[in-house]
Design a protein around this ligand. Structure first.
Ligand SMILES: Nc1ncnc2c1ncn2[C@@H]1O[C@H](COP(=O)(O)OP(=O)(O)OP(=O)(O)O)[C@@H](O)[C@H]1O
Ligand SMILES: [Mg+2]
Length: 415
């Protein structure tokens, strides 16, 4: 039996995935069917069992605590190989089942009746079944009920899969919109910092132009001095142009951005351009440790947006403390890039830790936080195949970004 089941497990597993059968959402109709079936048969146990490659999983159940069993002992594994309803009137006196651990031990199966659940693509997926602790017979009525309910279940399964797919597509669109919205919100928040970043070099330009004019007024023109002034103007214009370029890139819709190869320092520099001013005005010490220059394939604006979010959260959390520092540490462990952002805060209270990644969860006053920062950041990192998490084990508040395999030492590029 097991070999036969293993042989067609590939098709079955593909259908289970297509139909999201091992996904824990939208189980309302499954639970209703299981409940009704138990009531009609007047039995303590009823379930929908789906057969994976090696195990059966009870995706909806009544009267049993286990979530599944190995295929080797599953009654439903016999059902799935039958077109008709599979009936065991008295398992204790059945040659196939009398030594089965589900009969000799918990849940002490005596009576079993199950019907195959077949997908619209004609692949048997598992069974709807009822179990009793006492031996009994089954009526033609009850057999008919199981047969029609199994057909109904096939429809319910298809409709549920369609709904889940549609919901996920909408969520994805919504998340992408939220990324843009939160980016615009943080741009607004950073406006004063950016103004400062541009104002500073503008005053340098103004001073240098004044100096050049004074030199030119002099009959004994000092060409070298004038050139020096003009070079300083040139450099400073370049600095402003870079800030504007960064801003433009940040403001652009980035969710569809292709991935490109950048050094980790480029990302850190872009991030700091946006946070430097806030760090300075709040007298926060920033310590950056990059153990080696790395190249990563990523959406650079996305990663920088995550770092800006984490940095802003850290600044908000510690700005009122006596001890104010933030530490950004970048290393590579087992081929994965680990970016740790630690601040001098003493960790996030246990009561809210579970919620911080939820959209719209914020402890900030109205108008100061949308509560979207971490949830969007998590999405961006997961889109890169990585993870973003809060490190509960750290004595100071620490968030960790892990990015997968596409990380190389930058020296490879120059070699
Ligand atoms: N470094 C940190 N220290 C202490 N608490 C933090 C830290 N980072 C996040 N939090 C907590 O997590 C909550 C959610 O953070 P998140 O970035 O998602 O939203 P927000 O910062 O409140 O709003 P937004 O990011 O939209 O401005 C914060 O309100 C705060 O309570
Ligand atoms: Mg935030």
């Amino acid at each position: 039996m097991e070999t036969q089941l293993k042989k067609n497990s590939q098709d079955r597993v593909a259908e289970i995935n297509r139909l999201f059968l091992f996904t824990d959402e939208d189980k309302y109709f499954f639970n209703q069917i299981v409940d009704q079936t138990a009531k009609i048969f007047n039995v303590p146990i009823s379930m929908i069992s789906i057969l994976g490659a090696d195990e059966q999983r009870f995706i909806s159940k009544k009267g049993i605590s286990a979530d599944g069993t190995p295929l080797s002992i599953a009654f439903c594994a016999h059902t799935i190989l039958n077109k008709d309803v599979f009936i065991v009137n008295d398992a204790q006196n059945h040659s196939l089942f009398k030594n089965n651990p589900l009969v000799t031990g918990d849940p002490h199966v005596r009576f079993y009746a199950g019907v195959s659940i077949i997908s619209k693509k004609n692949v048997p997926l598992g069974a709807l079944c009822v179990i009793d602790h006492v031996a009994r017979n089954i009526s033609p009525h009850e057999i008919h009920f199981l047969e029609t309910t199994s057909q109904l279940l096939s429809n319910v399964i298809e409709n549920r899969a369609r709904d889940i797919k549609r919901k996920r597509r909408l969520l994805n669109i919504y998340r992408k919109r939220m990324v843009e919205a939160s980016k615009m919100a943080s741009l607004g928040e950073m406006a004063s910092g950016i103004a400062h970043e541009v104002n500073n070099p503008l005053s340098i330009i103004s001073a240098k132009v004044y100096q050049t004019k004074t030199i030119l007024k002099n009959s004994d023109i000092n060409i070298n001095k004038a050139n020096e002034c003009l070079s300083a103007v040139d450099d400073t214009v370049f600095r402003i142009a870079n800030i504007v370029k960064g801003l433009k890139r940040f403001a652009r819709k980035s969710t569809q951005d292709p991935h490109s190869l950048v050094t980790i320092s480029q990302i850190v520099d872009e991030t700091l351009a946006f946070c430097k001013h806030r760090l300075l005005t709040k007298s926060i010490r920033l310590d950056i440790q990059i153990d080696e220059e790395y190249l990563i394939t990523c959406n650079p604006t996305g990663i920088s947006q995550v770092l800006i979010n984490l940095m802003n959260n850290a600044i908000d959390a510690i700005k009122g403390l006596d001890e104010k520092w933030i530490e950004l540490k970048i290393t590579k462990v087992n081929g994965r890039l680990i970016i740790s952002l630690r601040d001098s805060g003493k960790g996030i209270p246990q009561a809210i830790v579970e919620k911080i990644m939820n959209p719209f969860f914020t402890t900030k006053p109205i108008g100061h936080g949308t509560g979207l920062g971490l949830s969007i950041s998590k999405g961006i990192i997961e889109d890169h195949g990585g993870r973003l998490f809060y490190n509960q084990g750290s004595p100071h508040t620490e968030f960790i970004i892990e990015l997968p395999e596409t990380v190389f030492p930058a020296t490879l590029m120059t070699a």
